[in-house]
Design a protein around this ligand. Sequence first.
Ligand SMILES: Nc1ncnc2c1ncn2[C@@H]1O[C@H](COP(=O)(O)OP(=O)(O)OP(=O)(O)O)[C@@H](O)[C@H]1O
Length: 588
Amino acid sequence: MDDATLEAPVRPDVPPWRVMVSFIRPHVLALVVGGLLSLVTAATGLALPLVVRELIDDLTDGRPVAALLALMTVLVVANAAIGALGTYVLRRTAESVVLTARRGLVARLLRLRLGVVESTEPGDLMSRVTADTTLLREVTTNSLVGGATSLITLVATVVMMALLDLVLLGVTLGALLAAGVVIGLVVPRINRAARRAQESVGVIGAALERMFGAFRTVKASGAEEHEQRRAVEAASQAWQASVRAAKWSAVAGNTAGLAAQVAFLAVLGTGGARVASGTIDIGTLIAFLLYVFYLMAPVNQLVAAITQYQVGSAAVARIQQAHAMPVEPPSPPAEPPTAGAAPATVTFADVRFQYRTELPEVHRGVSFHVPAGGMTAFVGPSGAGKTTVLSLIERFYEPSGGQVLVDGVDVRDWPVAGLRATIGYVEQDAPVLSGSLRENLLLGAQWASEDELVEVLRTARLERLVAGLPEGLDTQVGHRGTKLSGGERQRVAIARALLRQPRLLLLDEATSQLDAVNEAALRDTVADVAHTTTVLVVAHRLSTVTMADRIIVMDAGEVRAIGTHAELVSADALYAELAATQFLAATP
Ligand SMILES: Nc1ncnc2c1ncn2[C@@H]1O[C@H](COP(=O)(O)OP(=O)(O)OP(=O)(O)O)[C@@H](O)[C@H]1O
C-alpha cells in the first residue's frame, strides 16, 4: 500500500464518514459477502416456520414426512453453518478495517517531524493507534452492516405499510419523525462525550508513557502516588465521559422504543376508528399492526448504528488529527552504502535557527566549512547550540535563515533517507531500543554481514561484553537498554553508527560514562575512522579536542573562533578557559 493511498482521504477537512469509507473500501467485497451471508441466514431462519407448518399438516393428514424432515435438517444445519461463516467474515473484515487504519497511522507517525513529536505527548499518539482504531471494529460491523440491513428492512416494511393503508402509514411515520427529532438533538451530545472519552484515554496513555519513560526517577523521587493520581484522574475523566455517552445513547435507544409503542397505540386508535367507519377492514388493521411490530427491530438497530457511529467518528476525528500533523517530505528508500565512498563535506552558511517561533534564536548566523575527512570538534559552553548543529545536518529541523549544505548540496534538496544514509549519528544519551543486541546494532544497517558485525564489535570494544552474555548478540537489552551499563549503551550506539559505514560521523560526546581504557580505545577508533570519514564531534573532553584537526568554538549561537588546540589556547580567551577547566575536569 503506497503512502498516497494511505493519506489521501484522511485529511482534517474531510467528514469522518468519508474517512471511514476510505478505510473500508479495500474490504468492501468481503463486507458485502458477509452481509449477504447474514441475509441468507435470516432467510433460512424465516423459511423454517413454513416447513414446520407443512410438517404438522402432513402429520395430521397421515402423509409421509421423510422429505420434509430432511429439508428441515438441511435448513437447520445451513442456518447454523452460514450464520457462523457470515459472522466470521464480518468480524474478519472489521479486523481488516482496523488493520488498514493502523497501518496508515503507523506509517504516518514514523514520518512526523521531530519538532512536532516534541510538542505532543507520544503516549497520546500511541493511544490513537491502539485504542481509537479499535473503535472502528464496532463501527464496521454494528454501525455499517447493521445500519444497512436495518435500513433495507425498514424501507421494505414501510413499502408494505403503504400498500395497506396510507393514513395509518402517515400516523406511524409521524411518531417516528418525532423520535427522529429527539435523536437528532441527542446525537451530537453522544459524539462530544465519546470524543472526550477518547481524549481522556489519550491522556492515560501519555501519563503511563511519562511514568515508564522515567520509571527509576519516579521511584527514586518517591513520586509513585503523584504519578498514580495523574493517570487515575485521566481514567476517571474517561469514565465520566463514557458514562455520559452511555446516558445519551440510552436516551436515543429508548426514544426509538417509545416511538414504536406510540406508533402502535396511535395506529390502534386511528385504525379502530377507520374500521368503525368502514374505511378499512379489521384484517388490514391487524396486518398493519403486525408491520408496526416488525418495525421495532430495524428501528432499534438503526438507532444503535447511529449512536455507534458517533463513537466511531469521534475516534476517526482523533485519527485524522494525527494524520494532519506535519510530516517530513517523502523520499525513496536509501541504497546500502558503497565501500570506499568519499567522505562528505559540511558547510553552514549564515544559519539562523529557533526551535519554535516563541523561543529565542539558538543559531544566530552560524557559518563554517568542514572539508572532507578528518575530525572537527565543536566546543563551547552548555547551551551554545552545538548539538543543534548536528540536528540541522540530520535535517531534524530546518533553519529559518541561511543554508546547511552536505557535499555542497542544501540538505533540503537531498532526499531525506539518502541524506541520513550518508550519516552515522551517535547521540549524547546513546539511546538503545528494547530488543536484542543484534537488532540494536543492525537498526541502521539491515544489510550488514555477520563478518561486518564481528568487526564492529571489535572496534567498539564490545567483544568482551558479548562473549560474557549467555545468549551473546541475541541477549535482550530491556526497555531503553536498561540491562546495559551507561558505557555499554554508548559503545552500542557507536557500533551502530559505524556499521552504517557513514561518509559523515556525527558524535555527540557524552560528558562521562566511559572508563579510561575504553575511552582511549574508542578515541583511537574515532581517529581511525576520521581517515576515511568526516567526523564531527561535540566535544566535552580535552583528549578529544587535542587530536581534532580543527576546533570550532561556539558561544551563544555564534561561531566565535576556528583553529587547532594550540592556536586557540593562545588566541581565544573562552577556549583557553574551557580547556583549563571544563575539559580537563571531564577527562578521565
Ligand atoms: N528540542 C528543543 N526544543 C526547544 N529548545 C531546545 C531543544 N533542544 C535544545 N534547545 C535549546 O537550545 C539551546 C541550544 O541547545 P543545544 O543542545 O544545541 O546546546 P549544546 O551547546 O549542545 O549544549 P550542551 O553542551 O549542554 O549539550 C539550549 O538553550 C536548549 O535549551
